[in-house]
Design a protein around this ligand. Structure first.
Ligand code: 3AL
Ligand code: ZN
Ligand code: ZN
Length: 455
């Protein structure tokens, strides 16, 4: 008789190609059996009758701002928030903390903080900024998941956006290192010039903010990056793509055989510019939430399969930086606090658009694992890490008291999802249940080891 650590019975398991009611047996943090009826003893059994079991979310885009600005979020609250949202692996961006993750010391210091404080596994991005091209090799050797650069201004002075030459040199180096460059693709000249004009003329409303970051700024930046990638052969990942023309430009490059992926974020598919007008700065992000019509087109492109993954771009700040009494939208922090809702949002979108729940697993776990070579993750399969999330299909209206982020300020408060997270299981440990985090488990930094395992 096999002894398992945990058996999950009767759930609808979201496998790669089908959804089937079966049992899952877990041992030593791994999935060790998936059968119609798993026989054996277990230290614990969960009955998931009428519930769906998805592979744990892999959110490749989060800003936890630690060290240096952990009063914005931090690894403890951030990772607990992720777990509460069904995410069992996240990648932390190289900016918003101090220092930025742009050299070996900053990377190792951040990794050691994360290893103590993060309750789920995590990867770390390295930064590409003017002046650090020679540091990219050491960062790659230590196991960053890839590199991130901004084409527009970043909003914090510790992380400068790249000029075109840095971008070219950086791409050449990243290509040699066999890594991926993630890009925040909005044109710096276009957005800065428009923004400065708005401020100069005292045009400081939500409409002015949207007008200062038009879709053409994204389109121009995407096309420039694609041109540079043609010259350097650098694999690209476009983050938070928000406009249909940019999606189509990327699609064309992919069809020409270029190694490019793209993500969008739930907020671009669920919310629109009216939310910025009505709710104020909590709905401010860059690129901005688009007008309803554009949002609809973006949703159609999602339905057509034009995105590779959905990520949160969780980019929180302190409440005073989102003050709704501020009469100048430009001075408010740009970033959405939404890391807890990637899975629920994707399920909502898939159900709303008559897509299969299989697509949820693909966009939130399988595709990210594949792109970033996380061999042990991304699917519910024997031998994979037991990173699972159990979801019930009951409506869930988000209340402030249920936010696990450090600051309880989010565009999602008041939003009703058609589903709710019941349990999150990370490497076999039941980390989140009954609305609570069970502390005591620790995540691992997916550094060199995970990446070597992938070869
Ligand atoms: N610095 C930072 O986190 N910026 C993010 N926020 C946002 O809305 N878009 C971003 O790129
Ligand atoms: Zn960005
Ligand atoms: Zn971001």
């Amino acid at each position: 008789m096999i002894e398992f650590d945990l058996i999950i019975k009767n759930g609808f398991i979201v496998l790669e190609k089908e959804i089937r009611k079966m049992d899952i047996g877990i041992r030593n943090g791994k999935i060790s059996a998936i059968q119609d009826c798993v026989e054996g003893t277990a230290k614990r059994e969960i009955d998931a009758l009428n519930q769906y079991i998805f592979p744990g979310v892999i959110d490749v885009h989060a800003h936890f701002s630690e060290p240096g600005r952990e009063f914005w979020e931090g690894f403890s609250t951030g990772s607990q928030m992720m777990a509460a949202g069904g995410c069992t692996t996240y990648f932390d961006m190289p900016l918003n903390g101090i220092p930025s993750t742009i050299n070996k010391k900053a990377l190792l210091d951040k990794a050691s903080i994360g290893e103590v404080k993060s309750c789920v596994d995590f990867g770390l991005w390295g930064g590409l900024v003017p002046g650090n091209v020679e540091n990219l090799k050491e960062l790659a050797e230590l196991g960053v998941v890839g590199f991130k650069a901004f084409l527009s201004e970043t909003g914090n002075e510790e992380f400068q956006n790249v000029d075109d030459l840095t971008l070219l040199y950086g791409m050449q180096e990243i290509s040699k290192l066999g890594k991926v460059l993630a890009l925040h693709a909005e044109s710096a000249p276009i957005t800065s010039w428009l923004q400065n004009r708005k401020i100069k003329f005292g045009q400081l409303s939500a409409d002015d903010y949207l007008a200062s970051r038009p879709a053409i700024a994204e389109f121009e930046a995407v096309n420039r990056a694609i041109a540079y990638a043609q010259i350097t052969n650098c694999p690209l990942h476009f983050v938070h793509i928000s406009s249909p023309d940019a999606v189509l430009a990327i699609q064309k490059a992919k069809l020409n055989g270029m190694d490019i992926t793209l993500e969008t974020c739930p907020h671009y598919l669920l919310f629109n510019h009216d939310d910025l007008i009505e709710k104020g700065a909590i709905a401010k992000c860059a690129p901005p939430l688009r007008e309803e019509e554009v949002k609809q087109q973006l949703v159609s492109l999602f339905v057509e399969g034009k995105f590779d993954m959905i990520s949160s771009d969780h980019s929180p700040c302190t409440p005073d930086m989102k003050d709704s009494k501020m009469h100048n939208i430009f001075t408010a922090w740009g970033g959405i606090s939404g890391g807890q809702f990637t899975l629920l949002s994707t399920i909502e979108l898939v159900l709303q658009n008559n897509m299969s729940l299989l697509q949820v697993a693909k966009y939130t776990s399988t595709n990210p694992a594949h792109r970033f070579k996380l061999k042990g993750k991304g699917k519910i399969e024997v031998e994979k890490d037991a990173d699972l999330v159990i979801v019930s299909m009951e409506p869930f209206k988000v209340d402030e008291s249920e936010l696990f982020s450090k600051h309880k300020l989010s565009i999602y408060v008041g939003h009703t999802f058609p589903c709710r997270i019941k349990q999150t299981i990370a490497r076999g440990n039941v980390l989140f249940e009954n609305g609570q985090i069970n502390l005591g488990t620790r995540g691992e930094w997916l550094s060199i080891k995970a990446l070597i395992d992938a070869v």
